[in-house]
Design a protein around this ligand. Sequence first.
Ligand code: DQA
Length: 148
Amino acid sequence: MQILIINGPNLNLLGRREPGIYGTRSFEAYLPELREAFPDFTLEYFQSNHEGELIDKIHEVGFTYHGIILNAGAYTHTSLALADALAAIDSPVVEVHLSNVAAREEIRHKSLIAKNCIGSISGFKLDSYRLALHYFEGIRPKRVGFRV
Ligand code: DQA
């Protein structure tokens, strides 16, 4: 299965950015561990701080990949354009967050993208990505109407 993990704005600073909330490891340090834990998956990674680049990437992979794991960062709460991009594609998307957004400021309680995702995983720090991969481990591409 070919899966793309997409991280949005400020997530390039994971490990250095507000470590009390987001932890002390960078995503680049974590990714090899994920790849080792899921040897049957082809796991690709993309990060951008720019809304349009995130949308371009979703368009690029969203008709051929078996799944997308998306941490849209603050765009989760603001971007109708990102929500529309997810509505337009075929690949199933799992929304992830490192922090428990429901336990944070009210503005973070609302996700504009959630309705266009299979489900959301929030609050398990980097483990949120691993839990999302377990979802993909359990599905068969045909069951989600996926074109290959
Ligand atoms: C985040 C939560 C968002 O509210 C925030 O803007 C982020 C990171 C998370 O992973 O916990 O940038 O998506």
